[in-house]
Design a protein around this ligand. Structure first.
Ligand code: DQA
Length: 146
């Protein structure tokens, strides 16, 4: 049976398409869901794509992934840069966990150049717009296929 991957998205990512398109592109969140759903099928995974503006809800989903031993792709959005609570929740996940970003935060403002999440992720993919998620699904497939 195909493995489910939780693809978790943090604050303001529901605004994709109209939010600073010069930085985040013109693809909408619905486009992101469609890409993940299609790409997951290609690599024999099931994409469970979620978005919230609420830190507590994101932490709850990570607890769910930890309990289910499910792999995770997470774009923590602005929480990337300061949420130790989210970092601690990511650390609970024993299955592969990939941090993704649409933009390349390392090439942006100084406050974005720190990720408190990267140290507990298996890897980071950033800078390719919604294609970052396709690459992250490939990485999960690579890490979970014996
Ligand atoms: C982001 C980068 C973050 O710095 C920013 O706060 C976001 C989106 C990205 O995908 O490029 O909301 O995570």
């Amino acid at each position: 049976m195909a493995t489910s991957v939780l693809i978790l998205n943090g604050p303001n990512l529901n605004r994709l398409g109209t939010r600073e398109p010069d930085i985040y592109g013109t693809a909408t969140f619905a486009d992101l869901v469609a890409l993940c759903t299609a790409e997951a099928l290609v690599v024999d995974l099931i994409a469970d794509v979620r978005q919230t503006n609420d830190e507590a809800e994101l932490i709850g989903w990570l607890h769910e992934a930890a309990d289910a031993k499910a792999p995770v792709i997470i774009n923590p959005a602005a929480f990337t840069h300061y949420s130790y609570a989210l970092r601690d929740a990511c650390a609970l996940v024993e299955s592969p966990l990939i941090e993704v970003h649409l933009s390349n935060p390392a090439a942006r403002e100084e406050f974005r150049q720190t990720s408190v999440i990267s140290g507990v992720a298996d890897g980071v993919i950033a800078g390719f717009g919604i294609e970052s998620y396709r690459l992250a699904l490939r990485a999960i497939s690579y890490l979970t296929t014996a």
